[in-house]
Design a protein around this ligand. Structure first.
Ligand SMILES: [Zn+2]
Length: 131
């Protein structure tokens, strides 16, 4: 299972491939908000979540579990909430909600792209024995 820090780093590079840019004012300087995966823009002072615009936005579930869910779903589109929950140590209702969000995200171009990139990254990590 990919660890949380690696998932955060990956998502940061996905969100801001050329480095952080504030979506509100275009400022590139930022502060990390302690204890949260959130950034404060040094220009306008607004806070921007790392998960902004993704299925993980405002979720309390750690990123590595989301990434794991995407990988498992990618490997088996028929995976049940019970099985997903068992593999990721989540309750069945939580796993069910994640599956619902994943399926909904796949209906949008941005969602499909992000989920495909996550699945690709997860499978590469697996092949290198880092899973
Ligand atoms: Zn800003």
């Amino acid at each position: 299972m990919a660890d949380e820090n690696a998932c955060q780093e990956w998502l940061f590079r996905y969100q801001w491939p050329d480095g952080f840019v504030c979506p509100h004012c275009g400022e590139v300087r930022y502060y990390k908000v302690p204890g949260r995966i959130q950034y404060e823009c040094a220009g306008c002072g607004r806070q921007i979540a790392l998960t902004n615009g993704t299925i993980m936005y405002k979720s309390r579930i750690p990123l590595y579990k989301w990434f794991g869910a995407v990988a498992l779903y990618n490997a088996d589109k028929e995976i049940s909430a019970a099985e997903l929950g068992r593999q990721l140590c989540l309750t069945k209702p939580t796993a069910w909600l994640m599956l619902k969000k994943i399926r909904a995200a796949l209906k949008t171009r941005e969602g499909r792209l992000l989920l495909a990139k996550i699945a690709e990254w997860m499978s590469k990590r697996g092949e290198r024995g880092l899973a």
